[in-house]
Design a protein around this ligand. Structure first.
Ligand SMILES: [Zn+2]
Ligand SMILES: [Zn+2]
Length: 140
């Protein structure tokens, strides 16, 4: 909670959460979003640029909605391409294949880490046991 300037119109407003924009801009943005969404549904073959011009909404705003996976373009429009491999996609930033590969890579890099740590802890415990045993042996 706090008072902030709206990042869209500059008006001072009570900031709660999410995008730092005022209530009226939030409503306007939501209207823009609906307009763009309806336009894409009615004109499925169009790219981001054409949609932006037709709806008078900034291209960057449309791209943001796409990244948030709120907007979907038809793959045939060629409006969106996977940032990893360039395959045509309908929403988000990556195609299903790259998403799956990235998830696998993430799991693959996380799992050995956990295994290695568990092994290291085991080794340390065993070493400690051996040391204690050795010390006892020397003392005796
Ligand atoms: Zn505003
Ligand atoms: Zn891809």
């Amino acid at each position: 909670m706090g008072v902030r300037n709206c990042s869209r119109c500059g008006k001072i407003f009570n900031y709660v959460a999410g995008q730092p924009i005022c209530e009226s801009c939030r409503k306007e943005l939501e209207q823009d979003f609906q307009k763009v969404k309806d336009y894409i549904k009615e004109n499925p073959g169009q790219g981001i640029k054409e949609v932006a011009e037709a709806c008078e909404v900034p291209e960057n705003q449309i791209k943001q909605w796409v990244r948030e996976e709120r907007l979907e373009f038809s793959k045939g429009s060629g409006a969106l391409a996977c940032e990893q491999c360039g395959e045509p996609i309908s929403t988000g930033r990556f195609c299903e294949k790259c998403k799956a590969t990235m998830t696998n890579n993430l799991n693959a890099s996380v799992r050995p880490g956990i295994e290695a740590r568990r092994q290291a802890a085991l080794d340390a415990a065993q070493k400690e046991l051996k040391n204690k045993g050795g010390m006892r042996f020397i003392k005796n």
